[in-house]
Design a binder for this molecule. Structure first.
Ligand SMILES: Nc1nc2c(ncn2[C@@H]2O[C@H](COP(=O)(O)OP(=O)(O)O)[C@@H](O)[C@H]2O)c(=O)[nH]1
Ligand SMILES: [Mg+2]
Length: 230
């Protein structure tokens, strides 16, 4: 099965080249059938780096994200452009692990429709997340576990793998960081076969996070309630 890594980037000039070349080299070495789909909304020179990377490599596509701007729209654009059978959002600041990408691919090839990565289960490794962000996120995820009767301890993490058919049926519409959660919760309700594995998450060395926890809470909550009750 062919895998598409969907890589959203917004002003990641310090990371763009490293992220693309690290993922490219790693997946090639592991003999994975893959493509990299970079979805960019930058104004800082990231786009130029991505375009030259695309020109030098065969299985790389660089596109601009859709309007209105947003993490969710960037992923939606990436899903549309991707040609793989397995689609995996992979953050442009290298916070997600390529070892985990390989584990995801093997599990989908074994018959799962979706694989979720958890930062909160035994075996997970998280560095440099702030204590408050970690705690609020974990608390929110316990709430989601109860609301959706799921064993998955990290619904809100975007780093997940999906079979293409899952995304075609769900057709996600969220435009924020809530898109990972939208797909996972709808997929759970549609009874797709899924599993959760512990993953590694590394904090960034350069630039800064565009994710505001406080701004996201109301969106996350209304997304969950809408999916559960309407
Ligand atoms: N294309 C695109 N990428 C985005 C947008 N917002 C965030 N990203 C990228 O998504 C990834 C995760 O975002 P980040 O700010 O690191 O969030 P955090 O890791 O959850 O704190 C990074 O590669 C960002 O550059 C956006 O609006 N458009
Ligand atoms: Mg990050």
């Amino acid at each position: 099965m062919k895998t598409s890594l969907i890589i959203p980037l917004k002003n990641e000039v310090e990371y763009a080249e490293t992220t693309m070349s690290t993922a490219y080299a790693y997946l090639s070495e592991h003999e994975i059938d893959f493509e990299l789909v970079a979805v960019d909304d930058s104004t800082d020179g990231t786009w130029e780096i991505l375009q030259s990377f695309e020109n030098l490599h065969q299985n790389v596509v660089a596109v601009r994200g859709g309007k209105p701007l947003g993490y969710g729209n960037a992923l939606q654009t990436g899903f549309r452009v991707a040609t793989g059978d397995i689609l995996i959002p992979f953050n442009g600041d290298l916070s997600d692990s390529l070892d985990d990408v390989i584990s995801y691919i093997r599990l989908i090839e074994d018959g799962y429709d979706m694989v979720f990565g958890s930062r909160f289960m035994t075996g997970a490794k998280v560095t440099d997340s702030t204590v408050v962000k970690g705690f609020v996120s974990q608390l929110g995820n316990v709430f989601l576990q109860i609301l959706f009767y799921t064993k998955c301890s990290d619904i809100t993490n975007s780093f997940k793998a999906y079979k293409r058919i899952v995304l075609e049926e769900i057709n996600p519409t969220a435009n924020g960081y809530n898109i990972g959660m939208e797909i996972a919760l709808k997929g759970i309700l549609k009874k797709y076969k899924y599993t959760t594995i512990p993953v590694t998450w590394l904090g960034r060395k350069y630039g800064r996070s565009k994710m505001s926890m406080m701004k996201s809470i109301p969106t996350y909550l209304s997304t969950a309630l809408r999916i559960r009750f309407f």
